[in-house]
Design a protein around this ligand. Sequence first.
Ligand code: SME
Length: 146
Amino acid sequence: MYRDLASAVQGLVTGELDAIANMANAAAVIYETLPDVNWVGFYRNVGGELVLGPFQGRPACIRIPFGTGVCGVAAAKRQVQRVEDVHSFESHIACDAASASEIVVPLIRDGELIGVLDIDSPKPARFTEEDEAGCVKLGEILSQVL
Ligand code: SME
């Protein structure tokens, strides 16, 4: 499934350099393809703060400081955060009360943190190591076109 999803994302962004258009289409195809997800979207690094970008799902928190929440920790550490139970993640920011688990992938190009890809699920421990590998691949494709 992730192979097909990566091809679909690659197809949608190839030849297009507009970051907003690419994030919007990527969020849409990921949201449509992955089962049991309730939020898929981007936070962009704007002057050292994460600012909400294109997404699918319920309205979300607009600004997240580095180091706060699952997204902020992923950005500060530049490491994937795969959280089985968001309620036990100390600084988790609840945008949708239905979210139970979450994966956040930092998007890095030429050593620069461009932003993060954030995927939430209403199912606890929804994201496996396989999901992580698939999402990292999506992040690699996207960081080239944002
Ligand atoms: N839960 C995230 C905030 C963003 S929403 O999930 C869309 C966090 O703790 O960083």
